[in-house]
Design a protein around this ligand. Structure first.
Ligand code: AVJ
Length: 321
């Protein structure tokens, strides 16, 4: 159970590459420049993220697995009998296995992911391992409204959003996402969310500035992707990886900083960089147990319970609507 390459990322060529180009042009036209972290995950980016999850410094994946392994039974005690488990951004469907192993209460598993083809392969594998479970994949962007399969219409629902993926959203967006999840799942639903915790800045900074430089490669791979897919002419050695903990906003920020003043072309447009100017490529927001409970409450949910790993690095919350 190593990390999961987050496939929220696999974009189908045509219509989505037009969206990619439009997002890049508008993000690089703003001050400060920014590009969404969802664009990290081309094939190489997914592979690099997988490598990140194995690094000694990168604790989140290991810590969340520990929580799900050690507290899986306690977590599923909050699930209504005969429930459908709906995972937002299921990827390789790895983490859910901890819950499926612990829960005989579940009638159905609904993995929701934008990578449709990958999704049906994962669903087939799960059907073999959990023959009593109705596996009903939905190929959709889980951030947008989508319909649940008819088969789960009369089942109680449990949502699952692991991996601290919620950390990529700023608190306002995270709140909007939790409300949206509530709309999809319906009143009375339970939601299980993996949330990375505020901690010593040295631990956070090390996790995003690993000694082997894998996170730097992951960040810079975005420029490689821009060159390949959007006809960019970024020189990779003229940009450097930056990651730091922003105390005020309780988040890790990742940037790509231009080492010099330069012009770069991408997606048919030209952009000026000052020496030191950055492209903001990711936020990874961290919460305290209470700051996340407050966010959940302000998004219509009631906190039920929370578990952490022994070292107290990562939290898994159960909420009810
Ligand atoms: C996949 C969003 C949870 O924020 O820690 C890892 C992505 N970025 N190293 C995170 C990431 C740099 C990761 N998430």
């Amino acid at each position: 159970y190593a990390g999961v390459a987050k496939p929220a990322a696999k974009f189908e060529p045509d219509e989505d590459s037009a969206q990619f180009a439009a997002d890049v042009v508008s993000g690089l036209s703003e001050t400060p420049k920014h590009i969404s972290p969802k664009y990290f995950y081309d094939t190489e980016g997914s592979r690099l993220f997988e490598e990140i999850t194995q690094l000694a410094e990168y604790y989140p994946t290991r810590s969340e697995h520990e929580v799900l392994r050690e507290h899986g039974r306690a977590i599923v005690q909050h699930f209504p009998t005969g429930a459908a488990l709906v995972e937002f951004g299921s990827g390789a469907c790895i983490k859910v296995r901890f819950l499926l192993n612990a829960a005989d209460k579940l009638k159905s598993y609904v993995p929701v992911d934008i990578a449709g083809e990958f999704l049906s392969i994962e669903a087939e594998t799960l059907r073999k391992d959990y023959p009593r479970l109705k596996i009903l994949p939905v190929a959709a962007d889980f951030m947008k409204p989508f319909a649940l399969p008819n088969d789960v219409a009369d089942m109680p629902r449990v949502g699952f959003f692991p991996g601290s993926t919620i950390g990529n959203l700023d608190p306002h967006e995270a709140s909007a996402f939790l409300r949206h999840a509530g709309t999809v799942l319906g009143r009375g639903s339970v939601m299980v969310v993996g949330v990375d915790l505020v901690k010593d800045a040295d631990v956070l900074n090390a996790a995003y500035n690993d000694a082997a430089g894998v996170t730097a490669k992951f960040n810079l791979n975005l420029l490689r992707r821009l060159n390949r897919e959007l006809g960019g002419n970024f020189k990779l050695d003229t940009f450097e990886h930056q990651a730091f903990y922003n105390h005020e906003k309780s988040r890790i920020e990742m940037h790509l900083a231009s080492r010099k003043r330069q012009k770069v072309k991408v997606a048919g447009a030209t952009f000026d960089f000052r020496a030191g100017e950055t492209i903001h490529t990711e936020n990874s927001c961290k919460y305290t147990p209470d700051s996340f409970r407050n966010l959940a409450r302000s998004s219509g949910w009631t906190p039920l319970d929370m578990w952490t790993d022994k070292a107290g690095l990562f939290s898994v919350h159960a909420l009810v609507l």
